[in-house]
Design a protein around this ligand. Structure first.
Ligand code: FES
Length: 118
């Protein structure tokens, strides 16, 4: 579940790809354009993930050791996560998703409006 949507994916599916496939607003503001497209470098695909997912990759562990991501041990880089079962995904505000205020929750779509870059 993410952004108020409940959907199924094949076990092992990349979480970032699954979210984007469902038109879920994974990226905030300028990160919609300026992101590393799933290479684990930019850190802007940061989300809170609850449920059955893969362990952090070495790449994710490295990127998560740098600010602002490093201060959020409860969050993951969705591009480095494989879905292994039921998961609940939450996005927070901030360029990376590093804020404390919710953007969307598993059950609820946009909680707080974010500017869309077109
Ligand atoms: S998309 Fe850049 S780190 Fe995930």
């Amino acid at each position: 579940m993410a952004e108020g949507k409940n959907f199924e994916v094949v076990e092992g599916t990349n979480l970032r790809e699954a979210l984007l496939e469902q038109d879920i607003d994974l990226y905030s503001n300028g990160a919609q354009i300026f992101n590393c497209h799933g290479h684990g470098i930019c850190g802007t695909c940061l989300v809170k993930v609850e449920g059955a997912v893969s362990e952090p990759t070495k790449l994710e562990t490295t990127r998560m050791s740098f600010p602002p991501n490093s201060s959020h041990k409860d969050r993951r880089l969705s591009c480095q996560v494989k879905v292994l079962g039921d998961v609940r995904v939450t996005k927070y505000e901030g360029h990376f998703g590093e804020g404390e205020e919710l953007l969307w929750t598993p059950e609820q779509g946009l909680v707080k409006a974010t500017a869309k870059v077109s």
